[in-house]
Design a protein around this ligand. Structure first.
Ligand code: KIV
Ligand code: ZN
Length: 520
């Protein structure tokens, strides 16, 4: 039974969040994020859309196996195949939830579904009934609810409840709603459907107009008790409602909302960093709650005020969201225990083998530079531990670059299955030359959609971290590389993305076209 005075958080970072352009997380990365979400006491973790790909099915299955306290949800259309696939992927979950969705707006029904409203009602009834016959917790979402007819919404939600849905979700799929209007819509639905107390109302908002958080809070005011969102607001187009914003608004303004949350908000900052690093989607410095400047005061007047009394310019404390500076800097004399504790604080949960490997790399790094910052540690863990190694994968063995004014050369040595493959190329700069040489070696010409480099700290001896997004044959893959040498970091990121392209192609059973024998 749901508590009437509590807001339940439904995190869909692994499903809707991962639909953000260029984001492609593998099973081990999704598990890492899921474990941290569970530690943060997120109520529901939506792990994927099992019928959409074998990769998503495997992720939902893996998360179901590992996560014991949070509910694990799997998404499905109302189609029988989708529902059975989701139920199968969720079979091992301690607390599973089947999330069924169907569009209800006139534009979606006519052009996407090509169904009449009567057919949509019948489809919802059949889908929810089947889902409920397989699972006791069923959520029904009326996709594009905010652009749907109110009477029709009430009708379809009544049908869903009668067919066994226990959670009724009202999505603002395209981020079109305005807070006042959304408040009225949610209130009218809650009153019109008149579901028993065992049913909880939910909202799922998108940020196309920058209103996702405001709309979620308006819905809460109207009586909605589940809020769906993602960490950092990551998601398609403008993204989803940011869990950290909604949670901190309800907590900071408890005088207004008077509602409880079970979320451990002190884990928001580490989880935000983890999601950002693994997805490659950076958090803007001015991002509310988790941005690097969220608690920074630059103006003299503000600094003076904060020093005199913190509350003059701060409505929440950095510690409340877990944004605390490192108490000690780790270096060459730090032991495995201190290293593991720091990783845990940073939001990483490594098994013994991964910890041993990460610790070795950390020690090597400390030989190169005396101390390792949090950024360095996060970078090496993301780079080494989560780099995918599908059967068909490349590793960087060696490289040399010569940088000239306007013309650089790069020679690259990769290995695949123990076989050495080498080639060289020229380019306007060393990174371009290196990427051309790699393309010659792998016999594949993926498109470079994005390339970014950043330093892991403000220090001159910071590591360089490179992020690339490659696309080929309709598959997009991101890659991450870290090194004290930015060229090496860039090469590693590219090779990592190539490996991800292959692993995604393997799960989707796609053979790349244009692939040719490796150049000699
Ligand atoms: O935005 C949306 O409508 C969704 C549904 C599947 C809930 O993501
Ligand atoms: Zn969505």
């Amino acid at each position: 039974m749901f508590e009437a005075n509590r807001i339940y958080f439904f995190d869909t970072t692994l499903r809707d969040g991962e639909q953000a352009a260029g984001v492609n997380l593998n099973v081990s990365e999704k598990l890492q994020i899921a474990k941290q979400l569970e530690k943060m006491r997120v109520d529901v973790i939506e792990a994927g859309f099992p019928a959409s790909s074998q990769g998503d099915f495997n992720c939902v299955q893996a998360v179901s196996r590992e996560i014991k306290r949070s509910t694990v949800a799997g998404l499905a259309r109302t189609k029988e195949g989708d529902i059975r696939a989701a139920a199968q992927a969720l079979a091992l979950a301690e607390n599973p939830r089947l999330h069924v969705f169907l569009a209800t707006s006139p534009i979606h029904m006519e052009y996407k579904l090509q169904m009449t409203p009567e057919e949509v009602l019948a489809e919802a009834k059949a889908g929810v009934s089947l889902a409920r016959s397989l699972m006791s917790e069923v959520e029904f979402s009326a996709e594009d609810a905010s652009r749907s007819d109110l009477e029709f919404l009430i009708k379809i939600f009544k049908v869903a409840v009668e067919s066994g849905a226990t959670i009724i979700n009202i999505p603002d799929t395209v981020g079109y709603a305005l807070p006042d209007e959304f408040y009225k819509l949610c209130k009218a639905i809650i009153e019109g459907v008149g579901a028993p107390e065992s049913v909880i109302y939910s909202v799922h908002t998108h940020d196309d107009l920058g209103l996702a958080t405001a709309n979620s809070l308006a819905a809460v005011r109207a009586g909605v008790r589940q809020v769906e969102g993602t960490i950092n607001g990551m998601g398609e187009r403008g993204g989803n409602a940011a869990i950290e914003e909604v949670a901190m608004a309800i907590k900071t303004r408890s005088d207004f909302f008077a509602l409880n949350i079970n979320l451990d908000t002190q884990r928001l900052y580490p989880v935000s960093r983890l999601v950002s690093r693994l997805s490659g989607v950076t958090v803007p410095p001015n991002k509310a709650v988790v941005g690097a400047n969220a608690f920074a005061h630059e103006a003299g007047v503000h600094q003076h005020g904060v020093l005199a009394k913190r509350e003059t310019y701060e409505i929440m404390r950095a510690e409340d969201v877990g944004c605390t500076p490192a108490v000690m800097v780790l270096g060459k004399h730090s032991g495995r225990h201190a290293f593991r504790d720091r990783l845990e604080l940073l939001g990483y949960n490594l098994d013994d083998l991964q910890l041993t490997k990460a610790f070795e790399i950390f020690k090597k790094l400390c030989d190169e530079k005396k101390e390792a910052t949090d950024g360095d540690i996060e970078a090496i863990v993301a780079d080494e531990i989560f780099s995918v190694k599908p059967e068909y994968h490349y590793e960087l063995k060696d490289y040399t670059v010569h940088v000239g004014a306007g013309l650089s050369t790069a020679a690259i040595v990769l290995t695949r299955n123990g076989v050495e493959l080498k080639d060289a190329a020229t380019g306007k700069g060393p990174v371009e030359a290196a990427y051309l040489a790699i393309k010659r070696i792998i016999g594949l010409c993926p498109k470079l959609d994005s390339f970014r480099i950043r330093a892991t700290s403000e220090r001159a001896n910071a590591m360089g971290e490179a992020f690339v997004i490659l696309s080929h044959s309709g598959i997009k893959a991101q890659g991450h590389g870290a090194s004290t040498d930015v060229i090496k970091a860039s090469i590693r990121a590219y090779v990592n993305a190539v490996n991800r392209l292959y692993s995604t192609a393997a799960v989707r059973d796609i053979k790349f076209t244009g692939e040719v024998a490796a150049a000699s």
